[in-house]
Design a binder for this molecule. Structure first.
Ligand SMILES: [Cu+2]
Length: 188
């Protein structure tokens, strides 16, 4: 009986997430709200990714959608072709390197982003097509909306190093203590 009690206690510990605070903030560049800014907190103690649902970057009307994606390292991203022309998705510079080759409408080719960093995604056939995938090694991340606002949900109290990146901007780094502070404003 004691053993069963211990097991149940351990299960309860595993199943109960540490209660955290929502960290909300705003992203600005030259005093104006910035969409597509990615903010994340270093969290080496955080549990590793078990299995995250695959996400999609669609190819529609000769554009990638979404234009910017932030994911946890290890996430699979599908690149379906929803156009009536061929696309050839590739990433050659930083981050995850791949070349999916030419593929027709209705086809989706997946890529697992297995290391942290920024990948720049292009199409070999349509030079105006571009997207960014930021893979982060932490469960605490968010991307800003049109008004520049973002929220990192359920961050356990503690002091973190944060990073903020936006298309065409430098990566900003700083320190934040979650507990007394629950807002973060990043400015380029
Ligand atoms: Cu294309």
């Amino acid at each position: 009986m004691q053993q069963i009690g211990l097991v149940l206690t351990l299960l309860a510990l595993v199943a109960t997430p540490v209660s955290g605070a929502d960290l909300s903030g705003s992203a600005q560049a030259s005093g104006k709200p910035v969409q597509y800014a990615v903010v994340w907190l270093d969290a080496p103690q955080a549990p590793p990714l078990v299995k995250e649902a695959p996400v999609t970057i669609d190819q529609r009307n000769l554009a990638f959608s979404p234009h910017v994606l932030v994911i946890r390292v290890g996430t699979m991203v599908a690149f379906p072709n929803s156009d009536h022309v061929f696309h050839n998705v590739f990433s050659f510079k930083d981050g995850k390197k791949f070349d999916l080759g030419m593929y027709p409408t209705g086809t989706a080719k997946p890529v697992v982003f297995d290391k942290p960093g920024l990948s720049r995604i292009f199409c070999n056939i349509h030079p105006n097509m571009a997207a960014y995938v930021m893979a982060v090694d932490t469960p605490y991340y968010a991307m800003s909306n049109e008004q520049g606002g973002f929220t990192l949900p359920n961050v356990p109290p503690g002091t973190y190093t944060y990073h903020a990146w936006r298309p065409g901007g430098e990566t900003l780094t700083g320190s934040i203590t979650i507990g007394s502070t629950k807002t973060l404003d990043v400015k380029w």
